[in-house]
Design a protein around this ligand. Sequence first.
Ligand SMILES: NC(=O)c1ccc[n+]([C@@H]2O[C@H](COP(=O)([O-])OP(=O)(O)OC[C@H]3O[C@@H](n4cnc5c(N)ncnc54)[C@H](OP(=O)(O)O)[C@@H]3O)[C@@H](O)[C@H]2O)c1
Length: 324
Amino acid sequence: MRVVPFGRTGEHVSEMCLGTMMFGDRCEEAESHRILSAAVEQGATFIDTAAMYCDGLTEEIIGRWLKDRRRDEVFLATKVHKGIDAQSILSSIDESLARLQTDYVDLYLIHWPVEGMQPARIMEALAQVVEQGKARFVGCCNYPAWLLAHSNAIAGENGWPRLVCNQVPYNLIERGVEVEILPQAYTEGIAITTYRPLVLGLFTGKYRPGEPFPAGSRADDDPRIEQWLNRFADAFTQFFAFAEARQIHPAQLAVAWLRGVSAVTSPIVGVSSFSQLQTSIDAFEVELSADDLRQLAGMFSPAEVQEIGGGRFPELRRIIDLTG
Ligand SMILES: NC(=O)c1ccc[n+]([C@@H]2O[C@H](COP(=O)([O-])OP(=O)(O)OC[C@H]3O[C@@H](n4cnc5c(N)ncnc54)[C@H](OP(=O)(O)O)[C@@H]3O)[C@@H](O)[C@H]2O)c1
């Protein structure tokens, strides 16, 4: 597993970031610990979690694993749970640290921007978190480019730590970030971590156009799987044929495509079982040519995929009603 620069922080992180959202949900504790240990043994030491995953249980599961490890072995990111007012930020970090059984996280992220938020108060509270030694770096998720620039201008004026990372949904279908977020990050040296690389499992090949869905998968409670499979049925057929012709697992092909985008620091790979982990780790050995990357991108219609930024994301790009 290669390590890559984490934006312009001077820090390096593993190219694969392990997503833990399924720990305590579709993946029980012992299996989650097995996944964490195996990932770290193979060099995937960048771990992403959030206070809201399973209402704190995911952090607790990681904490019970972390307490027996060397803390500096991993680069650990978590996210603010409650509102994003200053008081919530300051109490949420303490609760996360208690659950994670550690004194600090490497990266503390705002989880979602909301309308009417107060960027100055948020940046001030994040500065306090860093000042108190509870986070080494701060960042955000799902921020439009203008909001990240605005927040960092405030930080610059006040001598506060800047947001060094933006975590966004990005894959062959959800490509809204290509319009402004990726160019901004690339230009300004912001680290980009990308979630939903396999589109909830769609790119693993276990959902095929016209075939019944496997029982007990995330399709049971996420309607987007069926919607996107139908909407991009032709593109998926081409994608699976491309993978088969090169004898590459489709999940590895989807992750390898993300690795080919120069603005991307680390794709966040989510697994719900130990057996899924190895497939994902091996994706970091797959090299695609520039022509492969272009062909894959071209399978999914650019106009359509750029409109899909992930959930409420396209609306958030346009909200400019901030206070304070
Ligand atoms: N900041 C944010 O707002 C935000 C939002 C969402 C996620 N995230 C982060 O991003 C991470 C990844 O998100 P995600 O889980 O939605 O990613 P994803 O790549 O879209 O989906 C992962 C799912 O794909 C399936 N899968 C993975 N490997 C497989 C394999 N080899 N064979 C068959 N199926 C496989 C599993 O589904 P089954 O469980 O059905 O087997 C797994 O749960 C999360 O863990 C979290 O850390 C952040």
